[in-house]
Design a protein around this ligand. Structure first.
Ligand code: SF4
Length: 204
């Protein structure tokens, strides 16, 4: 953000937020046992997505993961009665969460001597439905015991400031946003590519 007149307030909030953030990650090194038309099988568990399947055409090893920054910052954000402060704390939390996921990516790249890596998350595309959260969590074992993240009945994660997905090696970076036609999304990381959507078989 620009360093405007309320910058010192933001600085104070960043310092306070740092004490409330507990970044944690769980991941697993998995080998793909089977690839069929729109499904891959890992540890006997099936994940169904044409896009994921295509992204893993030439890949044998993948890294399912969940990352979180814990619940304390969220609780502090909810407890605040100042809407601007709530907005800043929420934004700080989102940035911390993305930083945590990037940290995991850099760690995996260095530990397993990989160059490029991309990820996909269940529910980010219609093609890889949110229902795939359950099998993803099953692959990772007891995620709640490991890092305190659990799935609720709507398949959303608690704490809310958590992210799940699968990292995989890629020569060319892949972003789900390339296949997502959502307009005016503030989190978009790549332009929508209709031709690519046809290549991936999710648009006729
Ligand atoms: S454009 Fe937005 S909604 Fe679509 S995949 Fe990217 S971040 Fe998600």
């Amino acid at each position: 953000m620009e360093r405007r007149e309320d910058w010192s307030q933001v600085q104070t909030l960043i310092e306070a937020a740092q004490l409330l953030i507990k970044a944690r990650a769980v991941y697993k090194v998995c080998y793909i046992e089977e690839k069929i038309e729109d499904t891959i099988r890992i540890d006997g568990i099936s994940l169904t997505s044409m896009v994921l399947r295509k992204n893993l055409d030439n890949v044998g090893r993948v890294f399912p993961f969940v990352v979180t920054i814990g619940s304390k910052l969220e609780e502090e954000t909810r407890a605040s009665i100042d809407l601007v402060q709530q907005y800043y704390l929420d934004t700080i939390g989102n940035l911390a969460l993305l930083t945590t996921r990037n940290y995991l990516k850099d760690y995996l790249r260095s530990r397993y001597a990989l160059d490029g890596m991309s990820y996909m998350s269940p529910g980010s595309l219609k093609d890889w439905a949110i229902e795939n959260q359950r099998p993803l969590f099953s692959i990772l074992g007891d995620v709640e015991a490991s890092i305190g993240v659990r799935l609720n009945e709507s398949l959303l994660m608690t704490p809310g400031k958590s992210l799940s997905g699968i990292y995989f090696p890629t020569e060319i970076p892949f972003y789900s946003c390339q296949l997502c036609p959502q307009k005016d999304c503030p989190s978009r990381r790549a332009v929508y590519d209709e031709k690519l959507s046809i290549e991936y078989g999710i648009l006729k």
